[in-house]
Design a protein around this ligand. Structure first.
Ligand code: SF4
Length: 328
């Protein structure tokens, strides 16, 4: 894929997100500690690409997505959408941002009102944004249902009448109805059977092409991210450890943590992995992350410098960035 620094639609620079932990007196007693959910994350989404953000549970990938969407404010750092900083947007700009950047998450059912018909639910954002009259809105709802492989008559049904795969199609329909530019997909197929997963992933790829969408695809599933992504960022304990074009990353993973993740995938072509790394122990607490390289407590190659010095994210080959003292 072409490297395109100037095709950037969204840029994240040195993003930090901390959550306070309160004691028995709640907020009155002040924070007794902080969860470091995201630490110094920088990434860029290029127009029309799929950027896969991968990591174990607790790696900070979902918090990164939610902070990018403005659903939770950043503690430090910048999110720029089309060169406008999120934190400095006017009400009007923020309204447009909310229209342009949509979210699809793992369990769309939890966000569907069980007492409302699907057509009404899909129509609501169009009403809020004053888009079209009643007849035009209904036509849009019917069209978007067909776009995601459902039928216009599904508009008159309630959420409980749909299967898991159909509900995820509804989640997508709700995102697409605003004609967005970016969709943040947070584990959108994790709860689905493998055959349904591939239907949804193929549909996402088709819609991305047809609607020129940019996707931020958040997942813990290496096979899924490999299939859907143009570029991939690997997260561990709130930080990006490695970032590369998908083919480059799978051809030659450089960071020990990436190698460990790939080593755990049964169907990954092991001949490409020069060494296999088995992850030991649990991911450390984000309340008191390890000093130096946050991966040093689980890394078989850790040396003294890893325990004291934070490795910078360096571009070691065109488009291939790594945060490790040992990678030249
Ligand atoms: Fe391992 Fe050190 Fe590299 Fe961290 S910096 S991944 S501990 S070798």
């Amino acid at each position: 894929m072409e490297q395109a620094a100037d095709r950037s639609i969204l840029k994240v620079s040195s993003l930090h997100k901390q959550f306070p932990v309160y004691g028995s007196f709640g907020k009155l007693g002040g924070a007794k500690a902080y969860v470091n959910a995201v630490t110094d994350v920088s990434l860029q989404l290029n127009e029309g690409e799929t950027y896969g953000l991968v990591g174990e549970s607790g790696s900070g990938k979902s918090t990164t997505g939610r902070t990018i969407l403005g659903l939770t404010p950043a503690s430090q750092g910048q999110v720029l959408y089309r060169d406008r900083e999120l934190a400095a947007m006017t009400r009007e700009e923020m309204r447009n941002f909310r229209k342009d950047v949509q979210l699809v998450f793992q369990d769309p059912f939890s966000s569907l009102n069980p007492r409302k018909r699907i057509g009404r639910m899909l129509e609501e954002p169009l009403i809020i944004h004053k888009m079209g009259d009643k007849a035009e809105r209904q036509e849009t709802v019917f069209r978007i249902l067909q776009t995601v492989g459902l039928q216009p008559e599904h508009a008159f049904r309630f959420p409980h009448e749909f299967s898991g795969g159909q509900r995820q199609r509804l989640g997508l329909a709700r995102a697409l109805i605003m004609n967005p530019k970016i969709i943040v997909c947070d584990e959108p197929v994790s709860a689905l059977d493998v055959s349904i997963q591939s239907q949804i992933l193929n549909m996402l790829k088709r819609l991305q092409r047809e609607m020129k969408l940019t996707l931020l695809f958040i997942t813990h599933d290496i096979s899924v991210v490999r299939y859907i992504s143009d570029r991939i960022g690997i997260m561990y304990l709130g930080k990006i450890m490695e970032e590369a074009l998908t083919d480059d990353l799978f051809h030659e993973p450089l960071h020990p943590y990436t190698k460990a993740l790939f080593s755990a995938v049964p169907d990954f072509n092991r001949s490409r992995l020069k060494e296999r790394i088995m992850l030991r122990g649990e991911i450390p607490s984000p309340i008191s992350p390890p000093s130096g390289c946050v991966f040093h407590t689980r890394c078989p190659y850790a040396t003294d410098v890893c325990r004291t010095d934070i490795p910078a994210v360096r571009e070691v080959r065109p488009g291939h960035k790594v945060a490790c003292h040992l990678v030249d």
